[in-house]
Design a protein around this ligand. Structure first.
Ligand code: KG4
Ligand code: ZN
Length: 339
């Protein structure tokens, strides 16, 4: 029976949570920096680090108050060790390791993507191992086979832009705010399907890799060749969304068929996209498979997934009381399997 504090600070969200191995998630809080980065059209790493510094301690106090816990009740601290922005990661790692040192409890460095891959188990209904995970965020687009904690196989990934990046870059070209995925999908609702048709790169490549960088060129060309009135913007948004969703859904189905697994889990911010959800659910049903959509608050970056991954890791490995830390801005998830 253990209480784990989780700290996520890999990019533009400070997330803190308390997870109890018997009582489940006790509380989780989040501070998003989106509004701050919006005026720059993307994440500014230095501003991100400073904002994590500003929020991480107040959020730890807040989560403890919400869960009615004292710092002394905590048995271990899990933090995102990578991948992500180095300055941002260092804030979470520094706070986690010094707090753990002062409380004389273990500190655990967690792989951000492991957090995402295990996060579906926080929602109900939860999938059982093994399952296929489609990880679609602003930074990642991957298809993984998840056989258990620490047993991950990369099946395919993007060779260039992430799916969320493709949404965001298309949105920017259409004059929408950053990050533009959600706004683009709103605009697309008023669009006429079929007026524009954008390429679906690697749809028939035979593997499970993706490529999205060509899409922004297609969107740029369409926006230059046409007067950008409201209807045309909506029609372009509609075509861009259809192209991204089509590729994601087709490859996810191929992964299910090739692996013979029956469960697909969608994680990451793009998992909020309604068209993607509709297309995945319909296609999966046709081949006798089930799709799990974790609650949106666990799909996007959050502290709960880090606390939870920390709890599962604690059951597996001896927790060391070693408070020296390094962060891993680049970190291949497959390395975890070997450790
Ligand atoms: O997982 P996430 O919150 O953060 C990381 O990138 O780690 O994902 C953010 C991404 C952004 O690119 C955002 O535009 C996209 O998710 N997104 C969406 C939608 N909501 C968020 N993309 C398409 N449709 C949406 N409804
Ligand atoms: Zn993430």
């Amino acid at each position: 029976m253990e209480l784990i504090l989780g700290i996520e600070s890999s990019c533009d969200e400070t997330g803190v949570a308390l997870y109890h191995t018997e009582r489940g998630l006790l509380a989780h809080v989040l501070h998003s920096q989106i509004a701050m980065h919006n005026e720059y059209g993307g994440v500014v790493p230095e501003l991100a680090s400073r904002d994590h510094v500003r929020y991480v301690l107040p959020l730890i106090r807040e989560v403890a108050a919400q869960a009615d816990c004292q710092l002394a009740d905590i048995d271990a601290i899990a933090y995102t060790q990578g991948p992500g922005l180095s300055g941002a990661l260092l804030v979470g790692a520094g706070v986690a390791c010094s707090l753990a040192y002062s409380l004389n409890i273990p500190a655990l460095g967690i792989h951000h993507l492991e957090g995402h891959l295990l996060s579906p188990l926080l929602s109900k209904p939860a999938p059982d191992f093994p399952f296929i995970a489609l990880l679609v965020s602003g930074g990642h687009t991957q298809l993984m086979r998840v056989d258990g904690v620490g047993r991950y196989t990369l099946l395919g990934e993007t060779l260039d832009d992430a799916a969320g990046e493709a949404f965001d870059k298309s949105a920017k070209l259409l004059g929408l705010n950053y990050p533009g995925g959600a706004e683009l999908s709103q605009l697309a609702k008023r669009g006429t399907s079929g007026r524009f048709k954008f390429p679906r790169p690697m749809l028939h490549s035979g593997d499970l890799n993706f490529s999205f960088s060509g899409l922004k060129t297609a969107v740029l060309t369409a926006s230059k060749q046409n007067a950008l009135d409201e209807q045309t913007r909506a029609d372009i948004a509609c075509a861009a969304q259809e192209a991204i969703v089509d590729v994601l859904a087709t490859k996810a189905m191929t992964a299910l068929k090739q692996s013979g697994l029956k469960q697909l889990v969608v994680a990451g911010g793009v998992g909020a996209n309604q068209l993607l959800r509709k297309q995945l659910s319909t296609s999966a049903k046709n081949i006798g498979c089930q799709v799990f959509y974790p609650d949106l608050e666990f799909c996007t970056d959050n502290g709960a997934m880090i606390a939870f991954a920390g709890a599962l890791r604690l059951q597996q490995q001896d927790a060391k009381r070693d408070y020296r830390f390094n962060v891993k801005p680049r970190w291949d998830l497959q390395e975890l399997n070997l450790e």
